[in-house]
Design a binder for this molecule. Sequence first.
Ligand code: NAP
Length: 302
Amino acid sequence: MTYKSLSNTGVSIPEVGLGTWNYHAGVEPLRKGLDAGALFIDTAESYGTETVVGQAVAGTRGRVFIATKVSPEHFRFNSVLKAADGSLKRLGIDRIDLYQLHMPNDKVPIEETISAMEQLVDAGKVRFMGVSNFSVAQLQQALKATRKYPIVSNQVRYNLVDRTIEAALLKYCQANGITIIAYSPLGRDFQSLLDCDPGGALADVARLTGKTIAQVAINWCLCKDDVVAIPKANLTAHVLENCGASGWRLTAEQLQFLDRSIRWRRRGRMETFLRKALPQPLKSACGKLVQRLSPGVRRRFT
Ligand code: NAP
């Protein structure tokens, strides 16, 4: 397993971690992933998986980097402190390695939330502060609100077919030493990734490299500077396969071939707004519709 620096902290983390949203397979797959070197697990108070993560790391805690998240409805000062205590208890640990604001909440001043996060660092309950789903502007506001400790990461959706962050956020984070934690690196459901590859480019590259399609897709994320990825898998076979996405690199030619062949897109402002405003089933339908458009039309729409 290759490690990457976590921002400028001097700490390195595995470039492939274990995502746990919608995870319901018990401790076994997670333990196999840890054994295979993915000593980095991502969870959140809202996922309902902190307890199983705690059980999976029991015995190896000292070697595992544990990231969890506070939900936006808990962004008031005292609620952040209370939420962290709840996460620590469910995880069965005394310090969270990376505590992330799950998504922006413009109803609570960011200064108040960051101040609570810094208090948690002072109290030794949190090691590093991170955010998730923050745009460049939101990240800048959060950075401005910090007094004592840096924001070391931003966890955002990034994969071969959804390259929205390339418009600005990726470069901003790279320039400011903020690690990008790529979520949904397999497109959230693997089939949606394959649907955007009608010519079978992923299979071609998999054949050339002797890797699998999933490994090629995850490695594509890892080829970017300052990006680590957290695929989620319920199947142990998938967990192990995903760990094999690390330790090697696609060549520049293979990257260019994938960039040319896959029907990728960046969400525009309109789509981002609709995704925030629409209920989940409509969001998915909207995303699928955009995916079916031809590349030219799609770019104009998004
Ligand atoms: P993902 O990791 O892109 O995809 C998960 C899907 O891919 C599951 O259906 C899984 O199947 C399948 N899969 C996994 N490995 C595979 C393989 N080797 N071959 C074929 N299929 C494979 O999607 P995600 O769960 O949305 O994202 C990963 C993690 O990112 C989450 O678990 C969570 O920790 C984090 N996340 C964060 C946010 C946020 O707002 N911060 C949002 C979404 C996700 P099985 O489960 O059946 O194995």
